[in-house]
Design a protein around this ligand. Structure first.
Ligand SMILES: [Zn+2]
Length: 157
């Protein structure tokens, strides 16, 4: 894990100092490769965990310590993966799809998962909501008492 740690340090220095878009793209792809490497390591650790459980069960050995060590190893890898992923999010200035919540890049026109049109959503979101409310309210504005009074007055005339 030491090689990985120094990679993170380098990546951090890069993201802290860079200003150009080209650098951002390169750095994100590096981090993506790193993230998929960690995912691969997690998968291997799960296989190892399964092997430990199998072998110790067959030989009737106490696997408690081995399993605990393996699980904390997996936890560490998940934490590292989370760090890398949030770093990718920060670099790319990602936003979430309004429909499905999927993370997409700030300048994306469509959601990569559900295909929702992000340009339209950004332009008309607030306006359409307020128009809808304005059209609804007038129907409920007149107090019931005044409506009843109006009816009574009409009857007397
Ligand atoms: Zn979506």
């Amino acid at each position: 894990m030491e090689g990985f740690g120094s990679f993170l340090e380098k990546a951090k220095k890069l993201t802290d100092t860079m200003g150009k878009k080209a650098n951002v793209a390169i750095d994100v792809s590096k981090l993506r490769i790193n993230a998929s490497q960690i995912q691969g390591d997690i998968k291997k650790a799960y296989e190892k965990l399964g092997e430990i459980v199998y072998k110790t069960s067959v030989s009737n050995t106490d696997a408690h310590k081995l399993i605990g060590a393996c699980i904390s190893e997996i936890d560490d890898m998940y934490r590292e993966l989370e760090k890398v992923n949030s770093k990718i999010d920060n670099i790319k200035c990602l936003k979430k799809c309004r429909k499905c919540g999927y993370t997409i890049s700030e300048d994306a026109a469509f959601c990569a998962r559900c295909g929702a049109d992000m340009r339209e959503a950004n332009d008309s979101k607030d306006k359409s909501d307020s128009i809808f409310i304005d059209e609804q309210t007038p129907a409920f504005k007149a107090p019931i008492e005044s409506v009843i009074n109006d009816i009574n007055e009409d009857d007397e005339k």
